[in-house]
Design a protein around this ligand. Structure first.
Ligand SMILES: *[C@@H]1O[C@H](CO)[C@@H](O)[C@H](O)[C@H]1NC(C)=O
Length: 121
């Protein structure tokens, strides 16, 4: 219960875009080292000069960011690892791998609103 309250307080909302296809390399954090396909880049709001590298976020699609109909896949969430920097001009707070984006939303929408919760271990 307390954990739920904490994670609710720390939820961050913003837009998510995506990139790809795999292998999502090279990355700003890890160069050519592979980190799987559930990865993401974060924009200045979260990047913290690279301290964001390796953080994990649970990402939930919460609505559309454009006119695309039914962009969210209902109630789905995906956990991604931060491996990259989405530089100035990034159209979202997070730039998901195509695999991660398509797990929670329709890629045809291109951009959706999301809620992020950092997973602390
Ligand atoms: C998403 O990340 C990729 C790889 O770093 C980058 O090429 C692309 O420009 C980013 N998308 C946006 C909207 O910034």
């Amino acid at each position: 219960m307390i954990l739920c309250l904490i994670s609710a307080v720390q939820a961050i909302q913003g837009n998510a875009v995506f990139y790809g296809p795999p292998p999502y390399l090279p990355s700003a954090c890890y160069g050519n080292q592979r980190n799987g396909i559930m990865v993401a880049g974060v924009s200045d709001a979260l990047w913290q000069n690279g301290r964001a590298c390796g953080k994990r976020y649970r990402v939930k699609c919460i609505g559309g960011a454009n006119k695309a109909p039914h962009p969210c896949k209902n109630g789905r969430t995906v956990v991604v690892k931060v491996v990259d920097y989405c530089k100035a001009g990034c159209q979202g707070i997070i730039n998901l791998s195509r695999d991660a984006f398509s797990t929670i939303a329709d890629p045809d929408a291109g951009i959706v609103r999301v809620e992020l919760n950092e997973i602390r271990v």
